[in-house]
Structure formats: C-alpha cells, structure tokens
Design a protein around this ligand. Structure first.
Ligand code: ADP
Ligand code: MG
Length: 348
C-alpha cells in the first residue's frame, strides 16, 4: 500500500474533514428540519415547538489534561458545552445522555467524582440524564454527551440568518478560558521541573474558573426573549471569536467588521495576558472555550441591546462574503484569518 496516497487528517483540519465526510449526505426523513451544519439539529415536535439535538466529546490529552483537571469540573463542563450548543439555537436543554470510555487507571471513586459534576450541571440547568453508554478505553478517558433541547419553531436562530448592516454582538467577555489554560500549562511545567513547588493559582481564580468550570449562557437567551430581541443568527464561541464568526459569515454568505476596542475583555484576562507576554486581543480573538454567545441582531435593536448589561455590540455585518475585518484600536483595518481551536492541527 502506498502511504503517499493517504491524506493526513492534520493537513485538513476539523472543518475540512467534516466537509469531506458529510458533503454528500442527503436528508432521507421528512422530519429533519435542520441536519448537519449548525450548533444542533432540528426536528419538529409540536406545532410550535421543535426538538434540538447535539453532541460533543471531551477527550483526555486533546480537550483536557488529567494532571490539572479536577474530575468534578470535567463532568460539569461535559454537560455545559452541550447546553451551550442548545443556547446557540435559542433553545433550552432538557435531556442528556452521557457515554464514557474509561481507561483502567481510573477507579470507581474517580468516575463517581466525575459524575458528581455531571449531576450538579444537570441540576443547575434543569436537565434529566436519561441514558448513555459505558465501555473501557485502551488510551485516555473519553466523555461524550448528547443533548436534547426544545425551542419555539419560529424563534430558532441558525448560523445562516445574518444580513449585511446588522449588529454583531457577544455576551460576557472573551479570552479568559484560553489564558486559564496557559496558566495551568505553566504551573504543570513548573511542577514537572520541581515537585516541591506548589502551584500558585490564587491570583488567577477568574480565568481558571472560565477554563475549568464554564457556564452556558441560558441567562442571555432568557434576557433577549424578555426584551423581545430576536437574534438573526447565533453561534456559541467554542473555537474562538475569529473561527466562530467565520461560520456565521460562511452560512449567511456575508462579511463582518469587528472593532477591537469593543471586544469585551476582563481585567483579569488582560493582566494574565500581559504577564504571559501575550496580546489580550489575540486571546479574545483566537482563544476558544469561552462558551459565550455570538449573535447578530437588526439595527433597530441597538438601544435595547445597549441597555442589557452583559451583551456587547462589537461590530456589524457587511455585504462582502467571508471578509472578516478587524478595525484595530489605532484604526487600522486588518483582514483576520482563522486561528481558532482545531484539535487536528498539530501545535508546536
Ligand atoms: P460545534 O462546534 O457547535 O459543536 P462542530 O463544528 O463540532 O459544531 O460541528 C459542525 C457541524 O458538523 C454540526 O452540525 C455537527 O453535528 C456536524 N458534525 C461534526 N462531526 C460530524 C461527524 N463526524 N459526522 C456527521 N456530522 C458531524
Ligand atoms: Mg457550537
């Protein structure tokens, strides 16, 4: 067999790989309202209510390092990242299935601790755990969660609904989860060099929590509804602002202009970035795992949006397909490329 005939997946990256696998998939069931291509699939349920279905996997050594990830947090996060995809469709999660592949280095006590986190998240988000699957793993721990939610069929927000001139908004703040990860990596490195050094994590509470125990922005969905703001497109930021806005632009066939000075960054994030000699804006643009909501809304919603404490208008959509333009603090226009998280691209 000629090895050169094979395409390494690392050359493709996650999104090209998915495109390759699914581009010829046809919808066979008349019940499928939305299949592949958004944060969740949509299947009609009642006249005015649809089911949302999504799944996400956390893999040891790829998405988490068992050396510094508390298992309870990991269980919690495995549910939250899925709830976040339901939020991104403007819906509410209702049911979850949890599947585990467990290597033999983990004990019952370890997995029970993981499940404490799963149960806590299910309680906090009012979700019923209704099943799953359990098997052994010959390498790392794998946690796969499938989630079901519901949404008013007329209020679903797809990635494809954005129009030129609409506002681009984001909830919360960005870049913190990435910096939390950098701090954990740094402390692990120091500990490996000298096991007598205790990690100093007290100063980094906010960013560590954002990495280890994120929350899904159900509150943002609720406040938008309360204010009668219907987002035209929405996605949750799992891979990074630059990468996830690209999905909205691609699906909506438009472009975007983002203003650097409008991107919300917590002072805890900026301080850690400066300490690590990284530009805070780079962290906010390209760092993933913040699980904030990125959405577009009509210009008419501007004053209502400005009045909501935890949402920020960071730019507007343009008519040039796929052009992602950053207007820097010094008013330079920069075309930004996708450097979001991709689990297949080898990092140095
Ligand atoms: P998200 O980051 O919101 O979880 P992804 O980028 O993982 O979304 O997935 C994008 C779309 O591709 C989704 O509709 C997802 O269900 C689909 N998808 C991802 N992997 C596969 C796969 N192996 N087979 C079929 N569909 C997939
Ligand atoms: Mg998503």
């Amino acid at each position: 067999m000629n090895k050169n005939k094979f395409t390494p997946i690392a050359n493709l990256g996650e999104f090209n790989l998915i495109d390759n696998l699914v581009s010829d998939i046809k919808i066979n069931s008349s019940l499928t309202k939305m299949g592949i291509g958004d944060d969740a699939a949509v299947i009609p349920y009642l006249k005015n209510e649809d089911y949302l279905i999504s799944t996400d996997m956390l893999v040891e050594g790829v998405h988490f390092d068992s050396a510094y990830t508390p298992l309870k947090h990991l269980g919690y996060k495995s549910i939250v990242v899925n709830v976040s995809d339901i939020c991104a469709m403007n819906g509410h999660a209702t049911h979850a299935l949890v599947s585990l592949a467990i290597p033999n280095k983990y004990s019952l006590e370890h997995i029970s601790t993981l499940y404490e986190g799963v149960k806590l998240a299910c309680a906090n988000y009012s979700i019923d755990l209704i099943g799953g699957d359990t098997t052994s793993s010959s390498s790392g721990l794998v946690i796969n969660v499938s989630i079901v939610g519901k949404v008013n069929g007329k209020k679903i927000t797809y990635r494809k609904g954005a129009k030129p001139n609409e506002l681009l908004c984001v909830s919360g703040d960005l870049g913190a989860a990435y910096l939390g990860l950098q701090i954990l990596e740094r402390e692990r490195y120091i500990f490996n060099e000298n096991q007598n050094v205790q990690p100093e994590l007290e100063n980094y509470k906010y960013i560590l929590e954002r990495q280890l125990k994120p929350e899904a922005r159900v509150d943002v969905i609720d406040i938008l509804k309360k204010n009668e703001i219907q987002p035209s497109a929405m996605i949750d930021i799992s891979d990074g602002l630059s990468s996830d806005i690209r999905h909205i632009c691609k699906a909506s066939n438009i472009g975007v202009k983002i203003f650097e000075n409008k991107i919300p960054i917590s002072s805890f994030t900026s301080e850690a970035a400066i300490e690590l000699n990284i530009n805070p804006t780079i962290c906010a643009l390209h760092g993933g795992e913040d699980y904030e909501l990125l959405f577009t809304a009509p210009l008419a919603a501007q004053s209502k949006l400005e009045a909501i404490k935890d949402t920020h208008i960071i730019g507007h959509m343009t008519s040039t397909p796929f052009k992602i333009e950053l207007i820097t603090t010094s008013e330079q226009s920069v075309d930004i490329s996708s450097d979001g998280w991709d689990s297949f691209i080898e990092k140095n």
